[in-house]
Design a protein around this ligand. Structure first.
Ligand code: NAG
Ligand code: NAG
Ligand code: NAG
Length: 479
């Protein structure tokens, strides 16, 4: 996955907020590029050319036919909102700006830019490969330590969100942060004067920034950017993604197609992490959409239930495992421990296991103490709910249990009273799998997915919110 970084760096980050930025006042980063002699107009043209290359790459007839079929399926399945006035986008909730939150959120270092621009412009393959040498990890591997500080004038009231995001990762991985001192050479700096949310990928050397402009101050966003700082990229750029998703390039905003390019098939590691639609590092289905009533990312037929479940409000089990594997967090553990229910040794604490959803205890041997178990009955509805929150992420887990030998089939009949375009701030996830490492099916605005059937006699329902009250009614059928 780390090399995936490189790929988007080359093709994605080349376009570091290119089209928007060229028209607006130069960002600090662009000023730096200009100072280093880059002609932004020329870069913009190059990016356009790359977009054309992508369209060519994805423009074959078979691809178009497949997309037409997926689109037709989507339109049959989609329930269109009848009450647009209630719709609020995640960004509006965060701070009143619109647009793609993660747009151009991977930044190239000057060396990476140089490597990209100096390589043979007629051979994208060599350009891609050229950059693989430029992704570095924080040191020491096994217990990386990241000195950080805030750019001058960073608003004090926003710092707790950054701190909460740092704590989030420290709790789950071996990565540690400490305030930078004047003798630190490599420093991660949180910067708020930015027109978007972005991060360098991996260790860049010197002072490197995570830019958090308006709309970026939620743990969901900051934790996502910090993950890039560790060296991760986006899931939908994986080399194996064509098995899982199809990208509708005809619905991508001009100049943004490069965001959907794939990493090269060789020389990359996914650290044996499966493709996860519901990863925090997966784009949502309508990312960069020209016509926002249609997706840009279609889940392939075999995975169509995941169509509305891309992206995550928090790093998932696999998002966490990825970072722990990249930094070899558990290699140092002298005593290996056995974990039940698909748990793994904890990246932050060798003495315990890191558990998939629905499991807790030192060895993931028991249910979380605060989960609520409901013995479901055929034909009865279950109501799940969570009160309002004023910014803190609150969550609750329901464990639905069928009589032995029965499976649970759920249909969501009622869902909150707010519409939102993504499920970042509030929502519910239904996990019907025996193996709860993979994230499940997400609901927040409209019950777009039909019936969901559990694999065994148990089904998890996880609800969360950072703002509005959330509730759902779920009709139960035992099968
Ligand atoms: C639409 O939303 C408004 C405001 O929340 C509400 O008063 C109205 O009843 C809703 N209409 C429908 C058709 O759901
Ligand atoms: C956007 O897509 C929707 C759904 O396919 C379609 O009904 C609508 O006409 C499209 N809008 C434009 C401006 O093309
Ligand atoms: C899930 O677990 C149940 C036993 O609890 C088993 O009968 C079933 O075959 C399993 N299904 C899958 C897909 O693993």
């Amino acid at each position: 996955m780390i090399n995936l970084v490189v790929f988007i760096l080359l093709l994605g980050s080349r376009c570091f907020r290119c089209s928007a930025a060229l028209a607006s006042p130069l960002s600090e980063y662009e000023k730096q590029l200009k100072k280093e002699g880059f002609d932004l107009k020329v870069l913009h043209e190059e990016i356009k050319e790359e977009s054309r290359e992508v369209l060519k790459e994805f423009g074959s007839k078979t691809m178009q036919t497949d997309i037409a079929l997926l689109r037709a399926d989507y339109e049959r399945a989609a329930v269109h909102s009848t009450n647009e006035t209630k719709e609020i986008t995640e960004l509006e909730m965060n701070n009143g700006i619109s647009g793609d939150l993660y747009e151009g959120d991977l930044e190239l270092t000057p060396e990476q830019w140089k490597a990209a621009t100096e390589a043979d412009p007629h051979n994208p393959a060599t350009r891609r490969q050229a950059l693989t040498n430029f992704v570095r990890m924080w040191k020491p591997i096994g217990q990386p330590l990241i000195p950080y500080n805030y750019a001058p004038g960073y608003p004090a009231d926003k710092k707790p969100v950054v701190k909460a995001s740092i704590d989030f990762w420290e709790d789950r991985t071996c990565v540690r942060f400490r305030p930078a001192t004047s003798s630190d050479k490599d420093v991660l700096q949180f910067n708020h004067i930015a027109d978007g949310c972005s991060s360098s990928v991996g260790l860049r050397g010197g002072v490197q920034k995570i830019n958090l402009g308006n709309g970026c101050h939620s743990v969901t966003v900051v934790a996502h950017e910090i993950s890039h700082t560790f060296g991760t990229l986006h899931v939908q750029g994986r080399s194996d993604r064509d098995k899982y998703v199809r990208i509708d390039t005809s619905n991508i905003k001009e100049g943004k197609a490069h965001n959907f390019l794939k990493e090269p098939a060789t020389g990359f590691s996914h650290y044996d992490i499966p493709y996860e639609f519901g990863s925090m590092q997966h784009y949502h289905e309508k990312a960069f959409a020209l016509n926002s009533s249609r997706p840009t990312i279609y889940a392939m037929k075999a995975f169509e239930k995941f169509q509305y479940s891309m992206e995550a409000p928090r790093a998932t089990f696999y998002d966490t495992l990825l970072v722990n594997r990249m930094y070899k967090c558990t290699d140092k553990c002298q005593k290996k421990i056995t974990c039940q229910n698909n748990g793994v040794q904890h990246g932050s604490d060798c003495k315990k296991c890191f558990c998939p959803r629905g499991w807790a205890g030192t060895n993931c041997e028991k249910r979380p103490a605060d989960a609520q178990t409901i013995n479901v009955e055929n034909g009865k509805e279950v109501k799940v709910e969570l009160g309002k929150s004023s910014g803190d992420f609150i969550e609750k887990l329901y464990i639905l249990k069928a009589p032995a030998g029965k499976k649970i089939q759920t249909t969501v009949t009622k869902l909150g009273d707010r519409y939102t375009s993504m499920c970042r701030s509030f929502g519910m996830e239904i996990i019907p799998f025996n193996d709860t490492r993979t994230s499940g099916f997400r609901f927040c605005s409209e019950p777009k997915q039909g019936r969901i059937t559990s694999e065994g006699d148990t089904m998890l329902v996880w609800v969360y919110t950072t703002n509005y009250k959330f509730y759902a009614n779920i009709a139960i059928k035992l099968v």
